[in-house]
Design a protein around this ligand. Structure first.
Ligand code: NAD
Length: 477
């Protein structure tokens, strides 16, 4: 049985209750986690405050950086173990699980190196005055993590917060806690003081809600669905607690007739197949210049038919979805497509070795999806790519911007001026030109506009969000 990790100790929830952990590859229970409650959150927040005041505040920025680097090395040494945990817990194919563990190490390396490079400024002011700014940590930060990339999202959120000098209370998703409990143990092994990283598991409406409402939390970083993002924001607003919201996406891949299709096709495929489409920045809408619409769909269709889905340990193109309700969600979208007469171009195949009790879904390419159909507007969060044609650049921009989201966009064209025009006109947090980085790029600030959220994580920019700026004005005559 897995316990919470508070103040560098494994502790049971005060509720005495647990939640079963299923392996998505076969749907069977293999572990239990704690079903924690508000009182466990309270203990974790107190531990984080104690850790901040008694130890973490006293570390110099360089010392913090060295410790983050040590954790990075420890994660790399234990990458195999972490990726095996993640594979079983989340159904990730071996290559994806390993990539996630190495990305986690890279976040701690990046933020370890950034700790002592976060400077304030001096500001020219009146005669006889000196004015300077300090970037100070918020204090105790709360982190609510989704199930799709637990290690990566922990790395970017907790890594940035620690680098800026905060201590952390982390609420992983109930479907994906195991790797993060292990990372917190590794952090203690390399010397993180008690209370700096605390993990409390449980349901969102119980512990997530308690974390968002807790008066001892000075900043909340939430990654998850737009609807829960609204609840977090409302809870935080009651006590004016700052929030970073990393929400969903319906990201377009926009392909012009002059594109290098040899580069575009594998990136378009990977952008929807990676993690079985359960990626906030999945390239789930394919907007194609009508001049190449038929030929590109024929080429992509052939690729889709070659895709194979199966148990995570077989390391195929796709593993299972995280749970049965997610599988049902994808089925509902596909059944709506059928009812609306949306044509299917091609589908991959679930292999015979996949147990019936696992949560599998064949990747599916749909065409001529009306731009206002829910398939083109809402996150499926599964391996479903929706194609539609456009006639010119203006229409491509209009379609790209025609959802409530604005997280990532990919543009494929050799025309340099058009590259810049598209990058300027699309409303989105990230634009990739002739490449597509679903989830990639530790160094690259990431986050959305509109219903994709606000605030930025990743890169150096995240450190600004995990600090508050203090202006000090000194009159010395
Ligand atoms: P979710 O919103 O259901 O859950 C996310 C987290 O919030 C979980 O830990 C959950 O337990 C918790 N939670 C649920 N209800 C809560 C409540 N009432 N109060 C507080 N916490 C609560 O999302 P999910 O299904 O786990 O993840 C998928 C969603 O996350 C998708 O919409 C996806 O696009 C988004 N996502 C966004 C990013 C990004 O960086 N923009 C990254 C990954 C996932």
């Amino acid at each position: 049985m897995q316990l919470n990790y508070i103040a560098n100790a494994s502790v049971p929830s005060s509720s005495g209750r647990t939640i079963a952990v299923l392996d998505p590859s076969d749907g069977q229970t293999f572990e239990q986690i704690q079903r924690s409650n508000a009182s466990d959150i309270d203990s974790a927040v107190q531990a984080a405050r104690q850790g901040l005041d008694s130890a973490w505040r006293k570390f110099s920025a360089a010392e913090r950086g060295r410790l983050l680097m040590r954790l990075s090395s420890k994660i790399t040494e234990n990458a195999e173990e972490l990726s095996q945990i993640e594979q079983r817990d989340c159904g990730k194919p071996t290559r994806q699980a390993k990539a996630d563990a190495l990305a986690l190490a890279r976040y701690f390396e990046f933020y370890g190196g950034a700790c002592d490079k976060l400077h304030g400024e001096t500001i020219p002011y009146l005669d006889g005055y000196s004015v300077l700014t300090w970037r100070e940590p918020h204090g105790v930060t709360g982190h609510i993590i989704p199930w799709n990339y637990p290690m990566q999202i922990f790395g970017r959120s907790v890594g940035g917060a620690l680098a800026a000098g905060n201590t952390c209370v982390v609420k992983p998703a109930e479907d994906a806690c195991l790797s993060l409990i292990r990372v917190a143990q590794l952090a203690a092994e390399v010397g993180f003081p008690a209370g700096v990283i605390n993990i409390v598991t449980g349901y969102g409406h119980e512990v997530g809600d308690a974390l968002a409402r807790h008066p001892g939390i000075d900043h909340i970083s939430f990654t998850g669905s737009p609807s829960v993002g609204t609840l977090i924001q409302q809870a935080a607003a009651l006590r004016h607690c700052p929030v970073t919201l990393e929400l969903g996406g319906k990201s377009p891949q926009i392909v012009f007739a002059d594109a290098d299709l040899d580069a575009a096709v594998p990136a378009i495929l990977n952008g929807i197949v990676q993690n079985a489409g359960q990626t906030c920045s999945a390239g789930s809408r394919l907007l194609v210049d009508q001049a190449i619409y038929e030929s590109l769909l024929a080429r992509l269709g052939a690729e889709f038919e070659n895709l194979r889905v199966g148990p995570a340990s077989l390391d195929l193109d796709l593993g299972p979805l995280i749970r049965q309700s997610q599988q049902q969600r994808v089925w509902d979208f596909l059944s709506d497509a059928h009812v609306a007469g949306i044509p299917m171009v091609a589908q991959g195949r679930v292999v015979d070795e996949a147990p019936q009790s696992g949560f599998y879904q064949a990747p599916t390419l749909l065409r001529d999806v009306p731009f206002d159909h829910r398939l083109a507007q809402e996150e499926v969060f599964g391996p479903v790519l929706c194609a539609m044609p456009f006639k010119d650049e203006d229409q491509a921009v209009a379609l790209a911007n025609a959802t409530e989201f604005g997280l990532v966009a990919g543009v494929w064209t050799r025309d340099g001026a058009r590259q810049f025009r598209m990058a300027r006109r699309i409303r989105s947090g990230q634009i990739f030109i002739n490449n597509y980085g679903a989830g990639g790029g530790v160094e690259l600030p990431f986050g959305g506009v509109k219903s994709s959220g606000y605030g930025r994580e990743k890169g150096f920019e995240a450190l600004l969000g995990f600090t508050t700026l203090k202006t000090v004005a000194i009159r010395h005559g």
